[in-house]
Design a protein around this ligand. Structure first.
Ligand code: G4P
Length: 279
């Protein structure tokens, strides 16, 4: 991940998005299903003003199904047409077209009243880094009918992926930036590995994960590592290190190594499926 969000970079990104907005009907926002709030940037409201909207909660394979369902309902109520997906799997994308058409119903009806029929919906994907924008577009393109080149009247160089007669997708995603104003947001994004571990160091971050798991998903750490969750996080980490044979010369526990292992397994879904925040 090599994004550093300084003001100049943001201005350029915003300008690009504003240009692309002129070409599309629908903004498909992608968020991480484990962090449906912190992995979004609220500035999308302004950027996507006047456009139809929907939101994909991606990496649903890593999120707690109960948490995902709670978020799906909450976002549905906001009128955001949420869909839970695993962008790596084509199958979960098939059901998207009806939802896309639903999100764009107003536009489709407006077209119809003007006598325009069967004009495909044009959509753009947007989201902060690492939520799965490229993976989604690749999966979408993989199952798409065709890639279309430059179209008359469309900015040169823009590629459209033609999903079917009804939907076309801009092949370059809109890049949003993480909203770090709240420290908690940075911490949570670091926990799922979405930003580099610069907010906290590896060991501190792993202690946050331990505290989160012990508090919200009791039994999971015990199940995976055979450790007692009653201890303070630092002692749990040491116990994980002992269990997993993370040792430095002389037989001491290598807590740094244990922390890396724990974070890796937490992020990969090996310990379980977790949702880090609730609606
Ligand atoms: P971006 O364009 O929004 O920056 O995200 P990108 O598609 O590059 O995806 C970021 C990482 O998330 C990738 O992993 C990708 O494989 C993974 N990913 C995307 N969608 C899903 C999903 O639905 N479920 C899961 N479990 N993972 C997903 P990576 O570690 O960067 O690469 P790799 O290890 O997959 O090669």
């Amino acid at each position: 991940m090599d994004y550093h969000w300084y003001p100049g970079h943001m201005t350029k990104t915003i300008r690009q998005m504003q240009e692309d907005m002129k070409l599309i009907d629908l903004v498909i926002e992608i968020a991480d299903a484990r962090l449906p709030r912190s992995s979004r940037n609220p500035d999308i409201e302004t950027l996507a003003a006047g456009k139809a909207r929907m939101i994909l909660l991606n990496k649903a394979d890593l999120a707690d199904p109960e948490g995902s369902e709670a978020w799906r309902r909450a976002l549905e109520e906001e009128g955001l047409h949420p869909v839970l997906i695993d962008a790596r799997k084509n199958g979960s994308l098939k059901s998207l077209t009806p939802m896309i058409l639903k999100a764009c119903q107003e536009k489709i009806e407006r077209d119809r009243r003007r006598g325009i029929q069967n004009r495909p919906v044009r959509a753009m994907v947007a989201g902060i880094p690492n939520v799965g924008k490229s993976t989604f577009i690749n999966s979408f393109a993989g199952s798409a009918a065709a890639k279309t080149g430059n179209k008359p009247g469309v900015t040169r160089g823009k590629q459209w992926i033609r999903m079917n007669k009804q939907v076309e997708l801009l092949d370059t995603p809109g890049l949003l930036w993480p909203k770090f104003e709240d420290q908690e947001v940075g911490k949570r994004l670091a926990m799922i590995g979405s930003i580099r571990d610069e907010v906290l160091n590896t060991e501190e971050l792993s202690l946050e994960v331990i505290a989160f798991l012990a508090g919200n998903y009791p039994g999971k750490l015990a199940e995976r590592y055979g450790v007692s969750e009653e201890e303070i996080p630092a002692d749990v980490l040491t116990a994980v290190g002992r269990r997993r044979g993370c040792l430095v010369r002389g037989g001491e526990i290598d807590t740094e190594k244990a922390a890396r292992l724990l974070l890796e397994e937490f992020r990969a879904g090996t310990i379980g499926r977790f949702t880090l925040e609730r609606p």
